[in-house]
Ligand binder design. Structure first.
Ligand code: 2BA
Length: 113
């Protein structure tokens, strides 16, 4: 069994989850925050049989878009008189998805025995 962790943008969650559930994948949605931009995103956790990992990755790829976002907290610098000078906001390309695939064991099936 594998555990897929997928960090995705909030705008993609609804569509992606319905496609995954339609194909009988089980998923848990966790609220998360990007360390760099400090913007909210979503982490999906999927426990998947090894032979279904590629299918899940394909669905994630098909449903998570790249987007240009502006840093919500633009940088500033301090002028020679100690005044704040606002800098132009920086644009980043976020997504499609940041995905990790880990080895996993589903202990919940053991507890029932
Ligand atoms: P954030 O950390 O808020 O990063 C948002 C976007 O900012 C990134 O998009 C990337 O375009 C840019 N970025 C991140 N760190 C940077 C840096 N040190 N210098 C310049 N630009 C930087 P994505 O790469 O698509 O990442 C989207 C979100 O996925 C990240 O939000 C973070 O929550 C997660 N993520 C990405 N890589 C990760 C990793 N190696 N481990 C854990 N989470 C990760």
């Amino acid at each position: 069994m594998k555990l897929i962790l997928a960090v995705i943008q909030e705008a993609d969650v609804k569509n992606l989850l319905s496609k995954l559930i339609e194909k009988k994948y089980k998923a848990t949605k966790l609220a998360s925050t990007g360390g760099f931009l400090k913007a909210r995103n979503t982490t999906l956790m999927l426990g998947v049989e090894e032979n279904r990992v590629d299918g899940a990755l394909r669905i994630i790829k098909e449903n998570c878009k790249k987007r240009r976002v502006l840093d919500p907290i633009p940088p500033y610098s301090i002028g020679s008189h100690g005044e704040y000078i606002n800098m132009d906001p920086v644009e980043y390309v976020v997504g499609g998805a940041t995905v990790f695939v880990l080895d996993a064991f589903d202990y919940s099936t053991e507890i029932d025995k």
